[in-house]
Design a protein around this ligand. Structure first.
Ligand code: SF4
Length: 80
């Protein structure tokens, strides 16, 4: 599964057999809000070899990616 954290901090994940990249919504927000860097429960992405990586998010979930791009890091935007 591929994942991208855009330069604005929003998380995109590859979904379904089509491999479509979908911008992820937060299921806990009262209105439509994107899951991403501005949430305190959104962990620091861990980048591994061959561009894979993982991401800890809320509820002790860890998302594992065969390919993870951290656009926030690539854009060298301060992470606060
Ligand atoms: S980490 Fe969890 S609580 Fe935070 S925005 Fe993403 S889905 Fe919502």
């Amino acid at each position: 599964m591929k994942g991208v954290i855009e330069d604005d901090g929003c998380l995109w994940m590859e979904r379904g057999v089509s491999g479509e990249m979908v911008k992820q919504l937060c299921p806990y927000a009262p209105t439509a809000k994107y899951c991403g860097y501005r949430c305190p429960l959104f962990g620091e992405p861990g980048l591994e070899g061959d561009r894979g990586g993982y991401l800890e998010i809320c509820n002790n979930r860890v998302l594992y990616f065969t390919e993870l791009t951290d656009g926030v890091e690539l854009q060298n935007i301060k992470k606060y």
